[in-house]
Write a protein that binds this ligand. Sequence first.
Ligand code: 3PG
Length: 214
Amino acid sequence: MTNATATDFVIDAAPVIPVVVIEDASKAADLAKALVDGGLPCIEITLRTPAAMAALEAVAGVEGAIPGVGTVVTPAQLQAAKDAGAQFAVSPGHTAQLLDAADVLGMPYLPGAATPAEMQSLMERGYKNLKFFPAEASGGAAYLKNFASVFKSIRFCPTGGVSLKNMDQYLSLPNVDVVGGSWVAPKSAVETGNWGELTTLAKDAIKAAHAING
Ligand code: 3PG
């Protein structure tokens, strides 16, 4: 089995994948509804808080949402996330153990890569969709552009320091159709339950993306 293009539905759903760090799982359903209302169905719940798995389960119950799990670093997390309803998984990097586990579980998986060697080892495993992380710190769009001609079949989802201010630099590259970022779900708005702000941020992101790629 290969996960080469298993994440096409994630890459193609919308131009932005919200990266969510959530402290209170009881807020997850409203958070997801706000982002879905704004046009961003794929939602990556990062495993950086104790509330993450319960939040993932809540997002899985929201109509129109495509729940994903992020910051996955062990096969056990991959299994637990699948059980909680995750439809895709994302990691900052990748390991052979995680790639094997994703194959066994049949979990659509977006592994991370930041160097040509990492990209090539994922290509050897048949991957075509990769997360580029940490995007800005690794050299940003100017760096990522170099891979468009050498690794023609690879599509990247840059995350890490991406926002409304610089997403155009990435989305105008031929090897980028989607970016990921936490800016569409800011901590302050989530804490205060300002769901309208999330919907507005999602809509603004989509508008900006369409202005670039039509
Ligand atoms: C990620 O996990 O993809 C990044 O931490 C998101 O980075 P950001 O908070 O800079 O958007």
